[in-house]
Design a protein around this ligand. Structure first.
Ligand code: GRF
Length: 213
């Protein structure tokens, strides 16, 4: 599920091919008809759907329509990849245990928006991203994995965001690999264990860069 650029969605789709994951993206769903990520998804022959919120009076009404749309594809997992809407409790509960989000900070630090600006303003030396199960608490669900990047003295929120985004793409692809292999376990108490041959938390050096579309 996307709302904009969709670079994380692209990373997930590419990981399936590049890493030979036993997974299929059954649909890319956006709440914005103009989301640039939709164009890319269509160019790859993926199913896309748009459900805009105009015309829905309440959040619950919209989320119910969204849930019906998503269930029509019968997905094992619903991956939020820059989907910029707060989801209602009912929606989150309906997809509990299979609803996953990526957030551009080392949660529980900096939930919400403008995380890179906040990290610089706070003077933290390390920043990063978190993939987590979604619960009704905003950016507060059980953490599956995290990747860490350094904050450099001359960073702007833009340069920091670019460094974090590289980490996001790798981290989300790693988590998708674990999810599709059935290696991620969520206990009733909300603790995550991963049977992984790679680390669930790792540091990407500052020099690690790639072009961002
Ligand atoms: C990413 O930083 C993601 O973590 C955040 O919004 C951004 C979306 O980027 N939730 P993209 O659409 O995946 O390129």
């Amino acid at each position: 599920m996307i709302s904009g650029r969709g670079s994380n969605m692209q990373a997930l789709v590419s990981a399936i091919a590049d890493r030979g994951l036993d997974a299929q993206v059954v649909a890319v769903v956006s709440d914005k008809s103009q989301a640039p990520g939709l164009l890319w998804a269509r160019s790859q022959g993926l199913e896309t759907r748009v459900l805009e919120s105009a015309g829905y009076v309440t959040r619950e009404e919209y989320d119910q329509a969204l849930a019906t749309l998503i269930e029509s594809f019968d997905p094992d997992y619903v991956l939020l990849a820059g989907f910029m809407r707060i989801l209602s409790d009912g929606f989150v509960q309906q997809f509990a245990g299979r609803l996953v989000n990526i957030h551009p900070s080392l949660l529980p630090a900096f939930p919400g928006l403008r995380t890179h600006e906040q990290a610089i303003a706070c003077g933290v030396q390390w920043h990063g991203c978190t993939v987590h199960f979604v619960t009704p608490v905003l950016d507060g669900g059980p953490i599956i994995a995290q990747a860490v990047v350094p904050v450099l003295a001359d960073d702007t929120s833009n340069s920091l965001a670019q460094r974090v985004l590289v980490a996001e793409h790798r981290l989300y692809a790693d988590v998708l690999g674990w999810l599709t292999a059935g290696r991620v376990h969520l206990s009733p108490e909300g603790r995550v264990t991963v049977e992984a041959d790679t680390l669930r938390a790792y540091v990407l050096p500052a020099g690690h860069a790639q072009s961002i579309q």
